[in-house]
Design a protein around this ligand. Sequence first.
Ligand code: F0G
Length: 463
Amino acid sequence: MSSSTTSEKSSQPRQTTFRFRCIGCGAITGSAAQNFRCSDCGNLLEITDSSWNSCNPIALKSLWRERRTLNESLDLSGVWRFRELLPVPQAEESVVTLREGNTPLYELPQSSRATGIASLYAKHQGMNPTGSFKDAGMTVAATFARQAGYRWVACASTGNTSASMAAYAARGGMRSLVLVPEGKISWSKLSQALDYGALTCQLRTDFDGCLRLLQELVQRAPVYQLNSINPFRLEGQKTLALELLEQLDWQPPDHIIVPGGNLGNSSAIGKALLEMLEIGLISRLPKLSVVQAEGANALVRTLREASGKRLVSVQAETRATAIRIGNPASWEKAVKVLQVTGGACEQVSELEIAQAKAEIGAEGIGCEPASAVTLAGLKKLLRAGFVKPDETVVLVLTGNLLKDPDFTMAFHRGDLFRGTAQEQESLKLNLFRHPPVVIDATLDAVIKTLEQAEKSYPTDSNA
Ligand code: F0G
């Protein structure tokens, strides 16, 4: 093997010649304004690189696979391993990485039996370093923030972006400013931002209010915004799809189902799928479907009431706080992805989310509430005949179970819907609850509890 081949396979970042392209008017520029919007028409920018089209798909597949055996810093990252399809910085030293990506693809045997879908998988992005899919995008965006010499980075967040940004800023030697809605994000996520050293502001507004304020702030202060409006974030998040297809030996599934909040992730996955098809890494497109909570259903309403032509924003309310967003920034990108891939947009109730989350937990995997909309949505899409039992389905689980312990405890203790309009209906979820029992510290008491539990468990034919 020649030395140049070795260095390409291992640590050297490959220089790319990326540009910014407006998703509205198609204008191409070499640099982006602070708000990452087109100076002509005001629409969002995305990143494009003409060198991507000349990639040889067979060579890429074997190069990426071989890198999995290497111990160089860039190759250990499940994002930078795919750097031929990413914007890369001028120097390897600028890369801010926590060895993100490399997330597992799990089978879901119990949900498979319950839904009748034989090939059902979960791509668990909650297994990233800070516990959510945000890390895959953050490594790329933080890298470019550092390369540009920013001292401060900032985001508005429902919790996961802030946790991820704070961690990557700390690793990259930058300061971070977090704007979160007061009382509307889980303690677990908030505590991460604090520990990673962010300047954390709890604003008396919702996520949409935080994001609005951030847009004004970046025009006035030298801070670099790391929300998913930032197209470098979406480039990193593309690798979810690349890694997924590699795990499936490049055989596209029929459906990929993803939760929808600010709609950056669905846009990123869609972009990756289209690029993979164009390059010839895959031969057909999976349908990419987006699921939202009923109380935060801006995309659902945008499609149903305005045929995807203008955003119908909503006053968002859901216990799945990660997706409590009423005015999604990347709605136009997401609409395009749904149209091109032929995916559906579905909404699910709070009860459906709680049940699906418990079911994913019972697989020994677990996820946060926002991720569980995928399984809940799948059941609806199956009932509607949009998904067929003989098709291959991948659910994207975006956040770790430990991200929202309050939700999990309230569910299992039977408190989640107490005092709400759904209290009566929620009793049907008792089947899925596993509340803790408080007993005396005696052998007798433990044995009695065990015997009672044994009697109440349904006989498991597969045990
Ligand atoms: N799932 C989780 C766990 C999330 O944290 C988010 C978004 C989504 C799904 C929705 O993804 O916005 O790309 O459509 N969380 C953002 C945050 C908004 O601030 O952490 P999206």
